[in-house]
Design a protein around this ligand. Structure first.
Ligand SMILES: [Zn+2]
Length: 161
């Protein structure tokens, strides 16, 4: 999946989380979650820049999601005195945000025939085989769908704030 497709999938994954955060009175946390998920949507593809790591290897696994969740959780724990989110400490919110960032990317790549090695270092790749990564129509369809779904729930949620 290419950047536009990943952005769309990230927005689709973000939609229920963002809507939930708004409904519990946390619109700022919803905005932060959406911005971070879109900003870091390509984070697992950092493996393209690291010559010693295979593409769609460790950075496309649940282990990497846990590592990023742990890093975000640690940052949240350091900042924990500032505020909490929906009754969660900032550390817990950080873990969830980190897992969401990587998880959304993994969903996007799992839609392609090559799939993702969720249980790395086990070699099996998991794929839903919905579309090829280089399918321009599919990438734009996910991009437009993500924006449309986000637009709809933001309008609905705006009535709640
Ligand atoms: Zn990827």
């Amino acid at each position: 999946m290419y950047r536009k497709g990943h952005l769309g999938v990230s927005l689709l994954v973000f939609a229920p989380v963002g809507y939930w955060l708004v409904t519990v009175g946390e619109p700022e946390a919803a905005l932060l979650t959406g911005v971070v998920m879109c900003w870091l949507t390509m984070l697992p593809d950092i493996d393209h820049r690291l010559p010693v790591i295979d593409h769609r290897g460790v950075t496309h696994s649940l282990l990497f999601a846990a590592l990023v969740g742990g890093l975000f959780g640690a940052i949240g724990t350091v900042l924990a005195g500032l505020f909490s989110v929906a009754g969660m400490s900032l550390g817990v919110f950080g873990v969830l945000l980190g897992v969401l960032v990587v998880g959304a990317h993994l969903v996007g790549d799992a839609l392609t025939p090559a799939g993702v090695p969720l249980l790395w270092p086990l070699p099996r790749s998991y794929s839903l085989s919905v579309t090829r990564a280089d399918n321009t129509v599919a990438n734009y369809a996910f991009f437009v769908s993500g924006i449309a779904v986000t637009g709809v729930w933001v309008v609905v949620a705006a009535g709640l704030v």
